[in-house]
Design a protein. Structure first.
Length: 481
């Protein structure tokens, strides 16, 4: 039996390449991944929701905090001051979890801090240096002393704590997102697309992930002196202290790390991950910025074409609207059918599917997002047996363009999902039931008549079922092998 210490959790090669130039492929011998039980629980979840909420929601920006990088100096300064008036009184953690429960979500991810540095939880860390964009002719770094968090808004409530408490009451697993870089804290310059660059970061952008073509042009680009040794040390200590707060105070099931802090800071980041693992061994870390020290990875905004050649659990993250933040246009929501088909396809390939939405400035979700996701919840009430806790079928994950397969963990039951209604007859060249086995359609109690002709399964679908389907969008047939 493989022990925890010698288990190898390996990313697919194409995901590994972004880290390969400075993170070792084999974790150090003293590092231990999350236990097998945590990995199995992750694979059981299948369906979740990703929530991006922060001060970017006040202006209801598309793209979370990324638009900050293309703001002029006056708008950046105004953005940094938004928190002083934010009072999202419509937020109710219990109502959020009731909604998530109706949708069938088994986990949720939430942004404790996005790239712009604003914390949605009660951090005790302090920002000591920040950029003032407008007080002088040119931006400059000034002293400050604040947490830059939700606790300094008129709202003054620890949103993360309220969400974690409400989720645990309903058995919904918790994934807390954390951005390695911090665009508000000037100590973090020039790492992780920080709006303040240095000459060295311009010459060696990969070493800092300092800028991306198109993010910084003309008025958007500021070049200043590099951080001092004291500032760099303070940056890494604050980075560690915030992660210790998040893991220690909230004990999440998962920690969704994002971007990276480059090769110079990797030894410190690696040591931080080891500290966090000892604090809370079951936590599953996303691989962003830590390579194969991670426990899961996230294809973002696309569905892999084939099952990944990896033993690292994975979860597709995909926004329901144009981005992960609040979508104000009802026509830009992708629809319930899109959710259901992607969920089925991802589960057949062995992954989880996490759909992304964001609340508006008042802490409430768009009615169209609620409508579409609750309809997905109605579908999963009928078909959840073929989704939750399943694994890929060893024989095949699809048949043609219309059929997808999942299987029970013991492999004795296969679930065949059809993405289009089959008419009066379901056929399969892959499925071979045992003699006397029941073939049923989820949502219908009566067994269906079936035959094998030349090794091909044929299942008759009565007109009574076709006229009163148990659900929309996709249909699941349960077959005993």
């Amino acid at each position: 039996m493989v022990s925890e210490k010698n288990r190898k959790i390996v990313l697919p090669e194409k995901y590994w390449q972004e880290f390969a130039f400075y993170i070792e492929k084999e974790p150090q011998p003293d590092y231990v991944h999350a236990p097998v039980e945590a990995h199995e629980a992750f694979r059981d979840m299948k369906f979740g929701v990703r929530i991006h909420w922060g001060i970017y929601s006040i202006w209801e920006l598309q793209g979370e905090s990324w638009p900050y990088l293309k703001m002029d100096k006056q708008k950046r300064q105004a953005y940094q001051e938004l928190y002083k008036t934010w009072n999202p009184v419509g937020f109710d953690a219990e109502q959020w979890m009731q909604f998530f429960d109706r949708c069938g979500f088994k986990c949720f991810a939430f942004t404790t801090k996005h790239h712009e540095g604003f914390c949605m939880y009660d951090t005790k860390t302090r920002v000591k240096k920040r950029v003032n964009w407008t007080a002088r002719d040119d931006p400059y770094i000034e002293d400050c002393d604040l947490a830059y968090s939700i606790m300094e808004t008129p709202f003054k409530r620890d949103v993360v704590k309220e969400l974690c408490d409400a989720a645990r009451k309903r058995g919904i697993k918790i994934d807390l997102y954390f951005s390695h870089p911090d665009w508000y804290d000037a100590d973090f310059r020039p790492y992780g697309h920080h709006p303040i660059l240095t000459e060295e970061s311009i010459d060696n952008p990969l070493d800092f992930e300092a800028h991306t073509i198109g993010f910084f042009t003309g008025d958007y680009l500021e070049v200043m002196d590099p951080p001092t040794a004291e500032e760099s040390a303070r940056m890494m200590q604050r980075h560690r202290d915030q992660l210790v707060e998040i893991i220690g105070n909230y004990k999440p099931d998962m920690c969704c790390l994002d971007i990276r802090l480059g090769p110079r800071n990797w030894p410190h980041v690696r040591e931080t991950i080891k500290i966090l693992r000892k604090m809370h061994p079951p936590v599953m870390f996303r691989n962003r910025g830590i390579g194969n020290y991670g426990d899961y990875y996230t294809p973002e905004g696309f569905i892999p074409g084939d099952p990944a050649n990896t033993n690292m659990p994975w979860m597709v993250i995909y926004p329901l609207g144009r981005s992960f933040s609040y979508e104000d246009d009802p026509d830009k929501h992708k629809g319930t059918k899109w959710v259901v088909h992607n969920l089925v396809d991802v589960c057949a390939k062995g992954g989880n599917f996490m759909v992304g939405i964001g609340p508006g400035k008042n802490g409430t979700f768009h009615p169209e997002a609620i409508k579409q996701l609750e309809a997905a919840g109605d579908w999963i009430k009928v078909n959840g047996e073929g989704i939750y806790g399943t694994r890929p079928w060893a024989k095949a994950w699809k048949e043609g363009d219309n059929a997808r397969f999942t299987a029970s963990k013991d492999g004795k039951t296969v679930y065949m999902f059809l993405l289009e209604w089959p008419g009066t007859m379901l056929t399969s060249k892959f499925l071979v039931p045992r003699a006397g086995s029941r073939v049923t359609m989820l949502g219908i109690e009566e067994p269906l008549e079936w035959t094998l002709d030349g090794g091909e399964l044929a299942v008759s679908i009565p007109a009574s079922i076709a006229g009163k389907k148990p659900c929309d969008h996709a249909w699941c047939f349960r077959v005993e092998l």
